[in-house]
Design a protein around this ligand. Structure first.
Ligand code: GDP
Ligand code: CA
Length: 333
């Protein structure tokens, strides 16, 4: 099957990166690499300022993975890292002692910050940084404005039992163990999707929702005023992939986020949470893992076409296969 000419993907960091690599691999194997445009609308809700540097974890995860310079073993950051600068910062008492950044990674942060300080938008900065490698996909921040995800979590040590902290502190320092009460997108009222993100969603032949965190990756993208409407309005079929397999999230702690918003950690529950486009939601199709085949009727009941296929992205083969299954479901709609 030949690949569509244009594919837009909504994605967070690690799950997003694996999936985007799979789509790129499938397109290459179909012999369509020259002809097919892959645009990735990337979550920016984890972004923050630390030690004077702008940090954009999800954009970097995808950029490094597509460039082939990511650390596969560790699952984040650059391969072959050293941490001399972080050790110095800790000695100065600057930054967060529990948030280590590799030296090569800090190089990227300095470059990004310098370009932002010269007055460029994040979209322009990402263009500049990603031009270093032939990625085979365009990375588009969902928004240029700074929107930060703040977690309101139960903390017995806080005066009123609830403490607000940056998502990164909740995730990395507390390993998502403090029960989250709600997630806030600070600054979102003044944010809008970038023109290029809207263009990608509106003009691609297919829109895919990566198996990313439904709350703080995909939920955050869709929470930017105008983004959900753009997905609902596109003439392209919208197909998502479940980040939940057999009742657990594959890598990471996304179940803590789902619990906080009252959604069960189940493949069908996530689909129902996204909703059918015919009923106010964003999906036309949904892929669950083979082990979740029993949940297909519940998803279809909600007005979303569903198939059960292997969802584990272990290597280029399994990831490309999953991309092909998502595109084939889209083509059937
Ligand atoms: P983050 O921003 O780095 O947290 O990454 P994402 O938001 O893109 O995605 C995290 C989610 O990806 C995890 O919670 C998993 O549920 C999902 N994920 C990771 N690897 C796989 C995989 O091989 N298959 C599927 N279906 N989901 C995966
Ligand atoms: Ca993320």
């Amino acid at each position: 099957m030949s690949a569509p000419r244009s594919i837009a993907i909504l994605a967070g960091g690690v799950g997003g990166a694996r999936f985007v690599r799979g789509v790129r691999e499938h397109v290459r194997r179909s012999g369509d690499a020259e002809r097919t445009r892959i645009r990735v609308v990337v979550n920016t809700g984890d972004d923050m300022w630390l030690a004077g540097l702008r940090i954009t974890p999800d954009l970097d995860s995808i950029m490094y993975a597509l460039a082939g310079v990511n650390d596969e073993q560790r699952g984040w950051g650059r391969v072959g890292e050293t941490e001399r600068v972080s050790a110095e910062l800790a000695a100065w008492g600057v930054g967060w002692p529990w948030f280590t950044l590799g030296d090569l990674d800090i190089g990227a942060h300095i470059a990004r910050t310098a370009l932002l300080r010269e007055g460029r938008t994040l979209t322009e900065v990402v263009d500049r940084l990603t031009a270093r490698w032939p990625l085979g996909a365009e990375l588009l921040p969902a928004a240029d404005a700074e929107v930060e995800t703040i977690v309101h979590a139960r903390d017995p040590e806080a005066p009123d039992g609830i403490r607000a902290m940056h998502f990164q502190e909740w995730w990395t320092r507390h390993r998502a163990t403090l029960p989250a009460v709600r997630f806030e997108q600070r600054g979102v009222a003044n944010a809008r999707p970038t023109d290029r993100a809207l263009e990608a969603i509106g003009s691609s032949e297919v829109v895919l929702v990566a198996p990313s965190n439904p709350v703080v990756s995909i939920g955050t993208i869709l929470g930017i005023p105008g983004m959900r409407d753009a997905v609902r309005a596109t003439s392209a079929p919208v197909v998502g992939v479940s980040p939940v397999i057999a009742g657990t999230v594959v890598r990471g702690m996304a179940d803590a986020c789902l619990t906080a918003i009252g959604v069960a950690t189940a493949a069908d529950a996530v689909a129902v949470h996204y909703g059918a486009r015919g009923a106010g939601g964003v999906l036309d199709g949904w892929l669950v893992d083979e082990t979740d085949a029993a949940s297909v009727p519940a998803v279809e009941e909600a007005g979303i076409a569903a198939r059960a296929v292997p969802l584990w992205m272990r290597d280029p083969d399994t990831s490309a296969r999953l991309a092909a299954d998502a595109l084939s479901l889209a083509a059937s709609l």
